[in-house]
Design a protein around this ligand. Structure first.
Ligand SMILES: [Ca+2]
Ligand SMILES: [Ca+2]
Ligand SMILES: [Ca+2]
Length: 135
């Protein structure tokens, strides 16, 4: 699983928000490992920590670049990484993952519903808050 699944897939060129929505729904399904319609913290963190090669609970930019090198170019990956490193300490770990999880979980039930994820991802596209989304 990719560190930021939806960000990667979004580099597929399209400006149609309904196309995005379908992509996000698909991304959500990929994150929802047990297919119960909810993404819990364990499922969400799994996606990030898949890149944690040395198993210390954090993903460095180097680990990230290695793991995802076949998926995207380094510039995009680097932007992705910094986007996810919310506290800007150079490591993506549970602290950052929790912050991001809470941003998406708008009703604070500690689970990400598909709708919450799609809304979050669509907002990123609309505000172009992430370079991976392109212009
Ligand atoms: Ca689930
Ligand atoms: Ca961090
Ligand atoms: Ca929720």
């Amino acid at each position: 699983m990719k560190l930021v699944v939806f960000l990667f897939v979004c580099t597929v060129v399209s400006s149609e928000i309904d196309v995005w929505s379908n992509i996000f729904r698909e991304n959500f399904s990929q994150m929802d490992k047990n297919s119960d319609g909810l993404v819990e913290m364990s499922e969400y963190s799994q996606m990030f920590l898949a890149a944690d090669v040395n198993g210390d609970g954090g993903v460095t930019l180097n680990e990230y670049l290695k793991t995802e090198a076949l998926v995207e170019n380094h510039a995009t990956l680097t932007e992705d990484f910094h986007f996810n490193d919310h506290n800007k300490d150079g490591v993506v770990n549970m602290v950052d993952i929790r912050l991001q999880f809470n941003q998406i979980d708008t009703n604070n039930d500690d689970k990400i519903e598909q709708n919450e994820f799609v809304v979050y991802a669509e907002n990123l596209v609309k505000t172009k808050g992430h370079p991976a989304f392109g212009k």
